[in-house]
Design a protein around this ligand. Structure first.
Ligand code: CU
Length: 446
């Protein structure tokens, strides 16, 4: 009886503490629903946040916490990701479906707890389930700490500009059909600026070279207020090839080349979404959901960026393979673009839970004896996404100081859907303050 009383008091105390803690935290209430929009002379229902396309802008200050309660009144499963927010020790609210959470089903809801740390500037949030990101996204603007200024003259005015694509068809149907038939999904019909169609032109005219030439010239401020902390030594080296592939299809009846099914891979592993999320399986020690043998290097070495590579390189292995990293280890990843299928292009690789330093890049195949001597370990740019140059490579470094389960993938939606993804599991440190937070009280079932 006494014990029961004690545990009841403890429970009440716990609830009280949580209530007090949550009183200071702003909660946004978002309803996801299908709303009718007219663009390019045709009207259709699109999934929106509170009826808005693009979605609402969130303004916060550096270091704040906030909650977003997402109620799904749409017809598809959905999750939301806070792109570029590190979420220290808190993978539970990171968003990618089947990686850190089961999706929010129609009629269900989930409260994301967003923990800002040293992020400052304009990030964004977007859906992270199938292709709902096409219409469910918006800016996340992180102002300097209260009372502090920018590292540049205060602008007179600031206007968020959201660039996106408009599909005349239903985006979820487009990807579903493409994945079923194994072919290319329909291209978008227009680019949009703050939700309105801009110029109409073919996506293949995107000038990624100009973008790459611009971004390689970026540097960190590397001053007292904005210090850099680039790992000077490396504990774990990874060399990851990025390829377009094909998978065999029964009776060669798919829409890919020669009746195959289009696929893509990292180190020849085409990622397969598990049936429950990796985080839950990791936390609860559930076996059989993922394997920990994502390789540190590609299985075969060949002239990755050569023309007309042999067909034997076309077929990847399929699996839910993750890479496990020790807490606080220094990690270097060299992403190597390949020309398998003569399908080289610029892949924007995005890592959740971290920002990382881009210490080097180049064209052709990475040379591990000469290229590292030209790394910038003084003031490299710090980003959460990096474009791997077409038929080139890029080297990144970070300290694995954020324990959790973190998705790493190409940010081109169709490549991610085809398997150009993997997961980094960063182990807990030795203390509770260097370990993952406890899960929130409610987790959506798969
Ligand atoms: Cu890609």
């Amino acid at each position: 009886m006494e014990l029961k009383k004690k545990s009841l008091v403890f429970l009440l105390l716990n609830v009280l503490i949580r209530c007090i803690a949550s009183q200071n935290v702003t909660t946004f209430y978002w309803v996801l629903n299908e709303t009718s929009y007219t663009r390019l002379c045709s009207t259709k229902d699109i999934l929106t946040v509170n009826g808005e396309f693009p979605g609402p802008a969130i303004y916060r200050h550096r270091g704040e916490r906030f909650n977003v309660n997402v109620r799904n009144e749409g017809k598809y499963n959905v999750t939301i990701h806070w792109h570029g927010v590190k979420q220290p020790r808190n993978p539970w609210s990171d968003g990618p479906n089947y990686v850190t959470q089961c999706p929010i089903k129609p009629g269900a809801n989930f409260t994301y707890e967003i923990i800002l740390s040293d992020e400052e500037g304009t990030l964004w949030w977007h859906a992270h389930s199938d292709w709902s990101r096409a219409t469910v996204h918006g800016p996340l603007i992180i102002l300097p700490e209260q009372g502090k200024g920018y590292p540049f003259p205060q602008p007179q005015n600031e206007v968020p500009i959201v660039l996106a694509s408009w599909f005349k068809g239903d985006v979820m149907e487009i990807i579903e059909t493409a994945l079923q038939n194994g072919g290319e999904p329909n291209q978008s019909d227009a680019f949009t600026i703050n939700g309105q169609p801009g110029d109409l032109y073919d996506c293949s005219t995107e000038d990624t070279d100009a973008a790459a030439n611009f971004t390689v010239r970026l540097r960190s401020l590397a001053n007292e207020d904005y210090p850099v902390d680039v790992p000077q030594t490396v504990d774990t080296h990874m060399y990851i090839t990025i390829s377009m592939n094909t998978l065999p299809c029964v009776n060669n009846s798919c829409d890919g080349p020669d009746g195959s099914r289009l696929a893509s891979s990292l180190n020849n592993i085409s990622f397969v979404e598990p049936s429950i999320d990796v985080l839950q399986a990791y936390y609860k020690g559930i076996n059989g959901v993922y394997d920990t043998d994502f390789p540190n290097e590609p299985p075969y070495y060949f002239n990755f960026t050569g023309d007309d590579l042999p067909d034997t390189l076309l077929t990847p292995e399929r699996g839910t393979k993750v890479k496990v990293l020790d807490y606080n280890s220094n990690v270097e990843i060299v992403f190597q673009g390949t020309n398998v299928m003569n399908a080289a292009e610029n892949h924007p690789m995005h890592l959740h839970g971290y920002s990382f330093y881009v210490v080097g890049n180049g064209t052709g195949n990475f040379d591990n004896s000469t290229d590292p001597t030209r790394y910038n370990l003084v003031d490299p740019p710090e980003v959460n996404t990096v474009g791997v140059p077409k038929n080139g490579w890029v080297a990144i470094r970070f300290r694995a100081d954020n324990p959790g389960v973190w998705f790493m993938h190409c940010h081109l939606e169709r490549h991610a859907s085809w398997g150009m993804d993997t997961v980094l599991i960063v182990k807990n440190g030795t203390t509770s303050s260097t370990s993952m937070l406890e899960p929130p009280s409610y987790l959506n079932p798969c």
